[in-house]
Every structure is written in structure tokens, then in C-alpha cells.
Design a protein. Sequence first.
Length: 365
Amino acid sequence: MGISAPAAGGEEEDVEMDAAAPEGLPADALAQIEELSATLTASRKKRKAPAGYTTPANLKKFVPKHTVPSLHSASPAGITSIALSKSNPTQFLTAGNDKVVQLYDRETDKVLASLKGHTKKINQVAFREKEGEPTLLLSAGADKIAKVWAHDSSSNEYIPKSTIRNHKGDVTGLGVHPTSTFLALSSADKTFSLHDLSTFTQIFRSVPGEDPLSSLCIHPDGTLVAFGTPNATIQIFDLRSGALAASLSGDSTPFTISSLSFSENGYHLAAPSSTSTVAVWDLRKQKKATDIDLGDDFNVHKVIYDYSAQYLGVAGSQGGRIFANKSWDELIRFEEGGDMSDIAFGPQGKEIWGATGREVRTWGL
């Protein structure tokens, strides 16, 4: 595939773009995706909210609990993305307009790592946490690259492992596949790619489409990946073949879809349907189930379903809001920090996390 071999001795690998994109997934990657999908699809049909999960009545009582101030640089200020660790629940990852990735421990109130290497703002960050393997910190930037850092047990620090340079436009989104083995990237160059996180090699790159890709979300079963575009259209591809599976388009004036979220049961997809509304699409019918109007003064930045598929979170220019699935009743608003760039659900839904300016805030009982 024309990709250089992983560097020896723990050094960072630089992954360059090949002139000829691969035609399909390697057989071993395809087998992993199909095997996991069969397992997840079977369990999804019986999936219920975990015991002890936050109820709507309790969520309505959430109050501010903790604020971490002064993260990242003051100029240019602003957190662009937040990710929560599942294996270390007090740790979270942030990306900034200052081109830096920060790992923070709320328990000790300390920055555990401040990682540099991007030359423009970072659009998204994520953890890759897989049992028996080092934790990976992942980032995607407006500098057309994605970066990977790995935890080194001997030094207890995060060291650079790979810089992915296979896109010619901003890397607008990233997603860790449910196998925890593969990383998907979307780009403004109208392509998406898939990378093996064991070898740090590209295993698939799509042919260019008609539109730039502005956001990315992987289906919980692992076979589909959805992309937003600047033309208010959602494109859904089958990862196994790389083929377009569906195209969802509303009747709105074109705008950039900067965020997408599949429900954990896999039946619905939430995405902005205008700058101030959020649509929930029924994937079985490929039709809108509802449109949630947040008001003309609300500019949507992020949408996210919680693990139980009971709640839909929205972050935007007027703070954060949580809606009840199906009824779409607004359960609570979080307005203390003003403009909220990103929002996340904590374990068991017992906390809501939000990024506001240079701060990370939590709400709970």
C-alpha cells in the first residue's frame, strides 16, 4: 500500500499519503469488523439502561459541581474538544485553539501531559483504551494531520508514536472503531481514511467524493460511518466495502454539519439540521423522526447521545441542554459558562461535562 513500516525503538512514525489509495479493507481487518458487528448487533437488540443509571428525575436536579479553569493558552484561547477516559474516570483530554493537547487529572487538579506537534488549531481529540495495550491519545487538526501519542509505562509519560499526513485538507473528525484497533479520519479534502492502531499504517482511503467532509461518527455496531458536509447533507458509508450506503438531506439552506451522533441502540442519528436546530434521523426509514428547535440565538456546536440512549446532549453558543429521547422534552439547561464548545456524559450518566472557553465544567447531583 506504499505505507512506510512502523519505526523501531519506540520512535514516532510519519505516515505519508500514497498516490494510489487501497481498493478495500485487508481481509484480517474486514474479519475483525464483521465478527464484532455480529456480536454487537445481537446484544443491541436486548440492550437496556445499565442498573443505577441516572434517571430523568435525577438529571433535572443537576447543579454545578466543579470547574477546572485556565486550561490551554490565553491566546488564542478556547477549548475545541473534550474526551473522557473510561479506564481512569478522573482524567480527561482537551484540544485547543492553541495547537496543544492536554491530559488533565481532576482528582489531583494537575495537567498530566501537554502535547505539542500541531501547527494549527486542533479539531478533535479521543482516547483509545484497550485492555492489555498502552493507552493512546489521538488528535485531528486544521493542519491536515492527525497525531498519536502512547503511554510509556517506564517513564509514565505519553510519547509521540505516529503523525498521519495522508490528507490534503483539514482533518475535521476522528473516531475510534468499536474494535479499538482502527482509527477513522474525515477530511475537508473530500476523503476519509482508516488506520490500524497496532501498526500505525493506513489500511483504507476512500476516493474523493463531491463534498468536503466536516464531521465523523462511527455506528456502535462498527460497520457504518457517517459524515457531515458543508452542504447540510449526511453521507453514510459501509466500512466493509467503502461504498455509500445512504445520503440524508433536509430541506434547509446549506450549512456545515459539524457534529453527528449515533444512538447507542443504533437506530437513530442526531445532527444539526440548521445552525439552531437538531434533527434526529430514523435510520430504518431514512427519514427525520423530529426536529428540535433551540431558538434563533442558539448556534449548535456539538450533539451527543448518552450510552443508555435515553438522553441527547447539545452544546452551543447559549450553553448546554439535555433532551429526553423519544419525547424530546428539555430536561435541563447548563448556562453558567456561556458558549459551550463540547459536551460529554460521564459514567452512568451521573455527570455532565462541558467545555466553556478555557474551562471544563461538570454538573451532577
